[in-house]
Design a protein around this ligand. Sequence first.
Ligand code: SF4
Length: 213
Amino acid sequence: MRALARAIDGLELPAVEKISESSQEDPFQVLIGTLLSARTQDATTAAASERLFAAARTPKTMAALTVKRIERLIYPVSFYRHKARHVKATCRILVDRFHSRVPQTMEELLTLPGVGRKTANLVLILAFKSAKNICVDTHVHRISNRLGWVKTASPDETERALYESTTPRWWPIINLYLVTWGQNVCRPVYPRCGECVISRWCPRIGVVRTART
Ligand code: SF4
């Protein structure tokens, strides 16, 4: 993790990290940005979030937008129709049940439409500074298995296994480090193992072909 910390310095941050930084860790923007980011390129997430927040910055004003308008604002994020419905429904619930605030517990966050453990963990880490959560997305799942930290078949399983196999001090930043590494070096196909600063510790489990250096 220390080697990765040095290596990611200067690399492009993941979209939701940037949204969190630019909004001063505003829980609502982190929540909506994370909802939009699923299976979507970072540049697309960033642009869609900017358009949506320019139209509405609070749960109340966003809940007042029509689903069609939200669809147009967030297009072309993947599953934009689904996500538009989830964004509107989530904002409605925030207004009606949580006094227009983002709840601070895993249990409450999971009651919001479209919010799974990945989104809930990221909101708790970035917006509420939790040191007790690990956010596992596809990059964290893939790289943790390649490194041999875990041997798991799904991100939820990986999250549970990582609490056992890693030191708590790294939990809140595992996502930042591995997502940044996964987007730049340890890519899903043809990882750049020849240029990887942690290759000496990596058994490359499951890696069939690597990129030419
Ligand atoms: S050595 Fe290859 S598989 Fe291992 S972390 Fe680096 S890029 Fe990923």
